[in-house]
Structures are given as structure tokens and as C-alpha cells.
Ligand binder design. Structure first.
Ligand SMILES: [Fe+2]
Ligand SMILES: [Fe+2]
Length: 271
């Protein structure tokens, strides 16, 4: 399998037609029989791949190049998520504009050369696949969230989410950072598969427009505390970053394995 074929496979599994801005082939090539997959790939993982006999590397978080510099562009996907939950388009765009400004500054400062340059020097094919895998994970979360009726408690939603094998196997616990397990769950919004969590702006926008429970995979303490102060009657469930990333990664790794590739999955929760 070639690097571009692996990326295409992920796009197909996610139901995406185009390569998102945070994903792409950084060093083109063939994977051979064995590939190393890691959520976070640095120079160490590239060297490790060689030691483990893997002839290519797949990263989840953008490891460099154009996907690293343009990562913030996929944050606009939060607008689509908000609109799908019935939030007015101008409100959604306003919320996401704040996020994009913060993250475009972060991306502009990133060392986009470091990891791809090392991969090139070592002759290791490297591809970064971020949003397609998170989109696969988002769909699995939505399926679980939709099993609940609005009158049921947040605790039941947490219980159902914890039964997803990746969460059962993970060392992290799910946290209710705003609201409580006893609150009614009301309308639930899953905000994932859009670059990173929506922080304060996306959750606040959702809460103002009829969403009662927001699900994030991670959230800063400052954003969660501000949301708790301003929306004491709402709920924010934070699931745990690596376990939640693994939700979308595992179906992809299984698809690679079905095609005869041996996968060394480094920092993935594989139940
Ligand atoms: Fe992710
Ligand atoms: Fe992640």
C-alpha cells in the first residue's frame, strides 16, 4: 500500500470526498509489510519505526508540513456541526471565528519542517491523517448519544459512553466538567472531528441555542470553568483525549490489517 492509498482509505471510511487541510502525505512512498501508527509522531517515532522493522509511519496529530500549518482551517467544521444542531449560521460563524484566530497564530509559529525533514532524511514514507479518523470516531459517538431520550440523566449517557470498548479499556475516566450526572441530558451535541475541541466559544454558542449537553474529547480547565460559571444549568462531558482519538483510529487500523498490513500501534487504546 502506498501513502496516498492509506489516506484515501481513511477518507472512504470517514465518508469524506476531499482531503482535509490537516491531513496529507508528507513523504510519499510504499509501506511494505509493516507500518508504525502513532497519535503523536516526532523524530523518535521515526527512528523507532526503523528499529521495529516498519517501513512507513502514519501519524494522527499533524506532524508537519502543510497539514500542520493549515490545521486551524478544519476548525470551520464546527460551524457545520453547530448548524446541524439548529444553531443560526451567523452565530456559529461568530463562535468559530474566535477559535480560528487563536489556532492560526499557534500554527503559524509551528516548526513545520522538523519531522518531515527527518522522515525524508531517513527515507521513511510518512502520512498524517487527522480529521478523517476523528470523523469516524465522531460518528461512533453520535450513534451512542442518539440512544438516549432527553429526559434521561447525564449519568446514563456517561454509562453508555463508558461501555464503548476503547473507553472501558482506557486509563482515563470520563469527566462531567459542567453540570452533574443527575441533570437531565436534554439535547446532546457531539463536537468532535473538527480540528480540536470547540473550547469556550463553541460550547457557549451551543448552550445559548438549545443544546443542554456538550460532548468534547478534551477541554482546557479555563474554558470548562468559564462555561460552568456562565451556564450552571448545562452539562459538559469531557471523554478523555487518547481514548476518544482511538475510537476513530481503530476502525482504520483494522481496515489496514484486513488488507494484509502489519500495524504497530504505538499510543492507541486497542481493546
Ligand atoms: Fe483526533
Ligand atoms: Fe487528538
Amino acid at each position: 500500500m502506498r501513502t496516498d492509498e492509506a489516506l484515501r482509505l481513511a477518507l472512504d471510511l470517514a465518508g469524506l470526498g476531499e482531503i482535509p487541510a490537516d491531513s496529507g502525505v508528507l513523504v510519499p512512498g510504499k509501506f511494505g509489510d509493516k507500518v508504525l501508527f502513532a497519535i503523536d509522531v516526532g523524530v523518535g517515532e521515526l527512528l523507532l519505526a526503523g528499529r521495529l522493522g516498519a517501513s512507513g509511519v502514519i501519524a494522527h496529530h499533524p506532524p508537519g508540513g502543510q497539514p500542520r500549518l493549515h490545521w486551524h482551517e478544519v476548525l470551520w467544521r464546527h460551524v457545520d456541526l453547530l448548524i446541524n444542531y439548529g444553531i443560526p449560521v451567523d452565530e456559529a460563524q461568530g463562535a468559530v471565528t474566535e477559535l480560528v484566530s487563536e489556532f492560526s497564530a499557534r500554527d503559524h509559529a509551528a516548526n513545520f519542517l522538523h519531522v518531515p525533514a527527518a522522515a525524508k532524511a531517513l527515507g521513511i514514507p510518512l502520512v498524517g491523517i487527522h480529521t478523517p479518523l476523528d470523523e469516524i470516531g465522531r460518528k461512533r459517538l453520535v450513534d451512542t448519544a442518539e440512544e438516549l431520550s432527553p429526559e434521561e440523566p447525564v449519568g446514563l449517557l456517561v454509562e453508555k459512553l463508558e461501555k464503548i470498548p476503547e473507553f472501558t479499556a482506557a486509563a482515563t475516566e470520563m469527566e462531567v466538567r459542567v453540570g452533574s450526572l443527575e441533570n437531565r441530558v436534554g439535547r446532546v451535541g457531539v463536537f468532535h472531528g473538527a480540528g480540536t475541541n470547540g473550547g469556550y466559544p463553541v460550547a457557549a454558542c451551543a448552550f445559548r441555542h438549545g443544546i443542554d449537553t456538550v460532548i468534547y474529547i478534551h477541554c482546557s480547565d479555563a474554558a470548562a470553568k468559564r462555561l460552568a460559571r456562565e451556564f450552571p444549568d448545562k452539562n459538559l462531558i469531557v471523554m478523555g483525549h487518547i481514548a476518544a482519538d482511538s475510537l476513530g483510529i481503530n476502525p482504520f487500523l483494522e481496515a489496514l490489517e484486513e488488507r494484509g498490513l502489519e500495524v504497530v500501534a504505538l499510543d492507541v487504546v486497542r481493546p
